[in-house]
Design a protein around this ligand. Structure first.
Ligand SMILES: Cc1cc2nc3c(=O)[nH]c(=O)nc-3n(C[C@H](O)[C@H](O)[C@H](O)COP(=O)(O)OP(=O)(O)OC[C@H]3O[C@@H](n4cnc5c(N)ncnc54)[C@H](O)[C@@H]3O)c2cc1C
Length: 434
């Protein structure tokens, strides 16, 4: 398994409001010698950090190799929405695994959110965790789907905390925008500062004895066991490997690469609006996603900016004039921000699978992976790390609920999968507009 480190050469955190508001970020050393460990984790995003933290708690010696910086990937750039559920929806899971196993997945998705809360408290991570989430509908058929999901959640998963917001009158206390006709409120989802959360997890892992190396891209793996992982200046020998490289593993793990598609999505941050203007948009400081397939997602920051995300790019190229075009989208939702400046704009890659279900498994009995969170990974990645640690400790039953989910490669191979996906997405985009 080989990879070129072209992506990572000297990469710092992408310029974003997150990088600006995280303060000076601690530097971890570059691997420059040969080390041995029980487990080598590739990637210091939430998945890798969570796996490392849980493994260290269980007594394993752990090395993390990160090609760029801790939280450099999606974990340091995302919308910060801490959501239960899975991106594909629970029916996809139930169709594949049956209702009983789907119930386990649902419970684990709630546990994933709880785990975020526990870690923020236990490790004193200053990441402004807030609760409350609105799934907002633009059309009657979307409202019908939200009502149906509320019913199914109660009937099949014994979840009774969703609250339907019928019409603008009920929506207004949470979200003041004439673009939406109602929504579904969940008090148990919320939002946080994603890069600060990643940095806090890294600090906790490091305090637990995990050795973290930055600017240390893995270029080649000899599977072993023991596995041997080479970086430009060093080498790790380990009995287990955890692949947590998300969309960046490429040729290092071609079988995984074929099953995920990196899709660009983008976020802007306004100037600080002041609490009064900010709360006139989102009175309860809730996170919001709309119900379109190509969705808008937004929330307030702790210094009262609006962080507004959306758009997609399948080519990997950012939209021309990113801040300006995203601003137009934001003004469709909140026209009263016409006089507010947009100060930051950035993007990142979401790791989507064909069926949008998460993709966990083993490439070999000692090589574990978790990927394909499909835009729903802030909470679920933490659980993925925990489940990999359980599996490596010999308790794989929860990990294997997920590893039984079937995944297909994207049609067209690396060269033609993008045009095929663009066509499929055009269809969904058209459906959003109807
Ligand atoms: C713009 C954006 C908005 C999003 N919004 C949300 C949201 O609001 N809510 C939500 O739930 N999800 C959201 N997501 C998805 C979520 O951020 C991801 O699912 C999650 O962060 C994935 O974490 P990860 O650790 O698996 O991957 P990453 O955070 O991408 O980490 C992978 C790491 O592996 C490293 N790596 C890869 N290959 C190698 C190698 N060969 N050697 C060494 N290191 C390597 C990379 O440098 C990277 O740091 C969003 C994603 C994006 C991009």
């Amino acid at each position: 398994m080989h990879n070129t480190p072209r992506l990572f050469a000297h990469q710092e955190h992408t310029a974003s409001w997150y990088a600006t508001s995280s303060g000076p970020t601690p530097h971890y050393p570059t691997l420059q010698n040969s080390v041995q460990a029980d487990v080598c984790v590739i990637g210091a995003g939430y998945t890798g950090l969570s796996a490392a933290l849980e493994l260290a708690k269980r007594g394993f010696s752990v090395v993390i190799l990160e090609g760029a910086r801790v939280g450099w990937g999606a974990s340091g750039r995302n919308g910060g929405q801490v959501l239960n559920d899975v991106a594909c929806g629970m029916e996809t899971i139930a169709q594949q695994l049956g209702r009983e196993q789907a119930r386990r997945v649902w419970q684990m998705s709630l546990e994933a959110v709880e785990l975020v809360k526990e870690r923020v408290e236990a490790y004193h991570i200053d990441c402004h965790l807030q609760w409350g989430y609105v799934h907002a509908a633009l059309k009657m058929r979307q409202m019908d789907a939200l009502r149906q999901w509320q019913q199914q959640a109660a009937d099949h998963y014994d979840y009774h905390d969703f609250n339907i917001l019928e019409g603008r009158y009920e929506l207004d206390p949470y979200l003041r925008s004439s673009r939406y006709i109602g929504g579904l409120y969940d008090p148990n989802s919320g939002h946080l500062h994603p890069l600060r959360y990643a940095l806090g997890l890294a600090q906790a892992a490091s305090h637990s004895g995990v050795q973290i190396y930055e600017h240390s891209p893995v270029q080649a793996i000899k599977a072993g066991p023991p596995a041997v992982l080479n970086t430009p200046q060093g080498q790790v020998q380990a009995n287990y490997v955890v692949l947590a490289g998300n969309t960046y593993l490429g040729e290092l793990a071609p079988a995984l690469d074929r099953r995920i598609m990196p899709v660009g999505t983008y976020i802007i941050a306004t100037e600080p609006l002041g609490e009064s203007l900010a709360r006139s948009l989102l009175p309860q400081n809730s996170a919001v996603c709309d119900t379109n397939f190509v969705l808008d997602y937004f929330r307030l920051s702790h210094d009262w900016r609006l962080l507004f995300g959306g758009r997609v790019s399948y080519s990997g190229m950012s939209p021309l004039n990113l801040k300006q075009s995203m601003r137009q989208d934001m003004l469709k939702v909140f026209p009263k921000l016409a006089a507010s400046k947009v100060e930051f704009g950035w993007g990142g890659f979401v790791d989507i699978t064909m069926n949008r279900a998460p993709d966990f498994g083993r490439l070999l009995p000692h090589v574990f992976y978790a990927q394909g969170f499909s835009g729903h990974g802030v909470a679920l990645t933490g659980l993925a790390g925990l489940l990999m640690a359980e599996a490596i400790s010999g308790q794989a039953s929860r990990f294997d609920v997920f590893s039984r989910l079937k995944h297909r490669p994207f049609p067209g191979g690396p060269r033609f999968r993008t045009p095929a996906l663009v066509l499929a997405m055009l269809w969904y985009r058209l459906r959003d507009l109807l």
